[in-house]
Design a protein around this ligand. Structure first.
Ligand code: AMO
Length: 441
């Protein structure tokens, strides 16, 4: 008999079927046994009744055992029908059980666990309904990022993860032994996405990047997934913000349409992404912080503090009905060498951060596309143009005005779902004291 997927069992009333999957729950009651089984497509209730030899073969079954079952699909008794759930009108009466593999589970998946215990047992705890919902939503965010950019003629490319130096000229890097040389792990696909603008005009890349940051906070990981896009022929950074707004709308639509049940299970709030995203210069945000939001000593600082970002987001949500705001014009001193300086506001850049539900999820902006201007940017940061010769070729061989963004996948997942810690939004988080399990001191 061929396997039937659990989601289509309702259509098989009265028929004999074979299903394969996991035991979700099990309860023995005298000469009867009740189960929930699940496969990739859903869950169904199973029952053993009046068949002593089948009951005997089921005796050992516990949650997470992997089985192949034959059975008959029966309509549930009227009083037990639940129209709101998949297979709520049927159950499988089991006639044969084949155990494919056993399981020894350390604790119940529904137990409230602290994060460290949950991470120590990740291969098992990822199976919880909550974790499955988080990573289903995350997969949907990635899909929506791809689909939206695909619809705007962007080409996906694979960026290298082994690089010759620190791409950003500032962020902390991991050095690795590379035969007789030292290489490093990429902190961003930045230089390669700019090179690829010269090739395809509009590109995006999705991949892991590495940051050797020693601090441990609720928003930092040492390896995270960076969703990047970069596009040519822009007028300035506002074209990039418009494209990012499209991407954010695509993500909202994708997750709301395709992961409705998961959002409900995680009690995620509806996202507010208005047609016009609130946008302010850093200097304006700082005045707002001091004049309306009760902060001191914000004006004149080169950057926002985390508590400033939270306050600005609370304000935007309440007053402007938006979960997203753009803050532009960070000073040249705070941005990487490739960032475009505003001709009309010397010392400030045509760059921006996107703040979302209290935290920065995106950095982006216009880049220096003129060769001489880029060399100036490098020198200003104390970097040696000779170290960037390979990348600089792109600027000698036809580079349009361009810009782009980097969006942290785990941060946006965390914020869409209202999770306390970004680690909850990383399948296998790397942090200063953990690679899968805790590291010794
Ligand atoms: P930046 O360094 O600001 O910019 O990073 C972009 C986005 O990546 C996420 N992010 C992180 N997420 C988790 N843990 C971390 N340690 C971490 N660091 C950064 C954040 C952040 O907004 N090349 C530029 C982007 C560009 O201009 O295109 C860059 O990497 O969500």
């Amino acid at each position: 008999m061929k396997r039937t997927m659990i989601k289509s069992l309702s259509e098989k009333k009265g028929q004999e079927v074979k299903i394969k999957g996991w035991v979700d729950t099990v309860r023995f009651q005298g000469k009867m046994a009740f189960f929930d089984f699940r496969d990739v497509s859903g869950k169904v209730q199973g029952i053993i009744f009046g068949k002593p030899e089948v009951l005997e073969s089921a005796k050992e079954l516990r949650a997470e055992w992997v089985v192949e079952l034959d059975g008959i699909i029966n309509e549930r008794p009227e009083k037990n029908i639940n129209k709101d759930i998949l297979n709520g009108d049927v159950e499988i009466e089991i006639t044969k059980i084949q155990i494919l593999s056993g399981a020894e589970i350390p604790f119940d998946l529904n137990d409230e666990l602290n994060l460290d215990i949950s991470l120590d047992n990740r291969p098992y705890t990822l199976k919880s309904d909550k974790n499955k919902a988080i990573f289903k939503v995350q997969a949907e965010i990635v899909k929506a990022f791809r689909n939206t950019l695909g619809n705007f003629d962007f080409t996906e490319f694979q960026a290298p993860k082994i690089v010759g130096g620190d791409a950003e000229g500032g962020a902390e890097v991991y050095n690795i032994e590379y035969f007789k040389n030292t290489a490093s792990l990429a902190t961003s696909p930045q230089l390669y996405k700019q090179i690829m603008v010269g090739v395809f005009e509009k590109v995006y890349s999705i991949g892991n990047v590495f940051r050797a940051e020693k601090h441990s906070t609720s928003r930092h990981l040492n390896e995270y997934s960076s969703l990047d896009f970069e596009m040519g022929f822009i007028k300035d950074h506002t074209d990039i913000m418009d494209m990012l707004a499209e991407v954010m709308r695509g993500i909202k639509k994708g997750v709301e349409e395709n992961t409705k049940d998961e959002l409900k299970l995680l009690q995620a709030e509806e996202l507010l992404i208005p047609d016009k995203i609130p946008t302010m210069k850093l200097s304006e945000a700082q005045v707002l912080l001091e004049e309306k939001l009760g902060f001191e000593n914000a004006v004149g600082e080169p950057d926002l503090e985390p508590e400033h970002e939270r306050a600005l987001c609370d304000y935007a949500k309440k007053e402007l009905k938006s979960d997203l705001i753009f803050v532009t014009h960070y000073p040249v001193s705070k941005r990487p060498f490739y960032t475009y300086e505003d001709e009309d506001e010397k010392g400030f850049t045509k760059s921006f951060d996107a703040l979302f539900k209290g935290v920065e999820i995106v950095s982006g902006g216009q880049r220096r596309h003129d060769y001489d201007n880029l060399i100036e940017g490098l020198k200003m940061k104390g970097l040696n143009p000779d170290d960037f010769k390979f990348y600089l070729q792109a600027f000698k061989t036809g580079m349009p005005p361009h810009g782009g963004i980097g969006l942290g996948l785990e941060r946006i997942t965390q914020k869409i779902l209202g999770l306390k810690n970004v680690k909850e939004a990383s399948l296998f988080p790397r942090e200063i004291n953990r690679i899968d399990t805790l590291l010794s001191e």
